[in-house]
Structures are given as C-alpha cells and as structure tokens.
Design a protein around this ligand. Structure first.
Ligand SMILES: [Zn+2]
Length: 280
C-alpha cells in the first residue's frame, strides 16, 4: 500500500515538474515564434502527456525500441516547429524512427559487417548510429561534422569538415553513414559528389534524409529554417532519388525486410523512412 502511494506521489511530482517545463517552453515559443508555433508546441505537449501516462499505467509492451530494448505503450511525439511527428522518439534512448530502422536493417541484412575491417565515415555523429557501427563491425570510425561541438562529444578521431569539400583522398572509405545531414548542406549535389569520390569501389554508403510526404517537389529554402531544425531544403519523396545519380543505389523500404506486425511494433512508417544503400 505504502509502495503504491509512493509511486502515485512520485508520478504526480514528475507530472507537475513536466507541466512547469512545458508551460515555460510554451510561453517562450509564443514570444519568439508566434501563435502558430506555440500551437504546435501545445499539441506536442498534450500528446506526450497522454503517451507518458499510458507508458506509466497502460500496456507495457505494445511497442519496442530495437536499439535499446525499451518496451511500452507508445513512442513520443516530436515537435518539429511547424508540425509534429507522432510516435517517433523512444523515451529511453531518444532514438528516432531512422535509428530503429537502420538498426534492424543492419542486424538482418548486414550481419556480415561484423567481420569487416576498414574505415567507416560517420557524418553528424549520433550515439545511436555509432553504437550500431560498433556493435556490427570491427571498423575504425571517423566522426565528421561541420560544427566542432558535434564531434567533440565522441571519441577521437573526429574531423571537422565541410561535406562539400571533404579532406579525404579518393576511394578511401569502406563504409559511410550519413543520416539526416544532406538537408543541412547548402550545395547537397556537391556534397553527394564528395561522398561518391571518397567511397572506395565496393564500399557502401547508407544515406537517409527526412522526406516531406505530400510535397510534389523538393523545395529550397531561402535560409536555414529554424522551424525545421535549420534545414535548408525539404526533400520530396518524388525527386530525392535523382540526386543520388552518381551512385548505384537500392531504395530499402521497411516492408522489404520487416513484417507488417514488426512495422507496427517498432513504429516505423511505411513510406517516409527509406534507407538509400549506395555503392560505387
Ligand atoms: Zn530506445
């Protein structure tokens, strides 16, 4: 009885603390970005309050994060500034759909990576992707990003570099992991040409980008959009592929290696998550 009461009090304390933080965030958004942005923030906060409640008291194993093993009722909604992405973020490891999908793909289709030697170039390093490379391969990992802060949090070697002008020799990398980076690169075609130049023949580059479902064409923004994580463009699923022309590539869709039940359990959208497996 006492344990249950403590549990309820702890939940209530956590809820009120979260409410305070959410209100603070909401007021900040209203001041800096206006009512529309604050509305998105409010929608996201309410959705996540419901999910957190259900994760605490609802079905314990309805969904699962294959990267960290967390199970619960549902994943959290992400606030993207001008819109939200529901059931996207793992409450435990903060991994997103792209991490879950790549993890499962590497585990199921690239288990041979574990016997590979060589160099893996990891753009805009994320803990979830780095762990996948370490788990799956005996590779020397080079982290790279335009911003020093982004690489300083990870073990060396880290190389501060502009993707449009990479400081690596031709054909020098065996593997590349480039997830949600190209939408930040001013001249992404030049960036892709650099990826192609640096990848060795027979090597593989895994590329993923956020696809704006429903957008007929890719749209270039005038400046980095603070309401979309400073993206400089929004990629349409209809024409992104054309940019990968320098490579040979497979378009890996979730249903090509996961069952419908697994897609529901791991909460990976059917169409918006695509792994471009590029070779040279
Ligand atoms: Zn997780």
């Amino acid at each position: 009885m006492a344990g249950r009461l403590t549990n309820i009090i702890e939940s209530f304390a956590a809820f009120t603390a979260m409410l305070g933080r959410s209100l603070e965030r909401l007021v900040q958004r209203l001041r800096t970005d206006g009512w529309m942005s604050a509305r998105v923030c409010l929608k996201c906060t309410m959705a996540n309050a419901r999910v957190r409640f259900a994760n605490r008291f609802g079905t314990a194993d309805r969904v699962e994060c294959p990267y960290c093993g967390w199970q619960g009722h549902d994943f959290l909604t992400i606030d993207c500034g001008s819109f939200t992405v529901p059931t996207a973020e793992c409450p435990h490891c903060r991994g997103h759909e792209r991490h879950r999908m790549l993890h499962l793909y590497l585990e199921r289709r690239h288990s041979g990576l574990s016997s590979e030697k060589g160099y893996a170039l990891h753009f805009a390093p994320e803990r979830q992707v780095r762990d996948m490379i370490i788990r799956n391969a005996d590779l020397r990992i080079l982290s790279t990003d335009y911003a020093f802060d982004a690489i300083s949090r990870f073990p060396r070697p880290g190389i501060q570099a502009d993707m449009q002008q990479l400081p690596f020799t031709d054909d020098s990398m065996d593997w590349m992991f480039c997830l949600h980076v190209l939408e930040h690169v001013p001249d992404d075609r030049r960036g892709i040409a650099e990826l192609h130049r640096v990848l060795r023949p027979g090597g593989t580059a895994f590329i993923m980008v956020p696809l704006m479902m429903g957008w007929e064409k890719t749209v270039e923004f005038d400046a980095p959009d603070p309401n979309q994580f400073d993206h400089v463009r929004g990629y349409s699923p209809n024409d992104f592929d054309e940019r990968l022309a320098p490579f040979n590539y497979d378009k890996v869709m979730p249903l090509s290696f996961l069952s419908e039940d697994e897609i529901q359990r791991f909460r990976i959208p059917h169409d918006s998550q695509v792994i471009y497996r590029c070779t040279k």
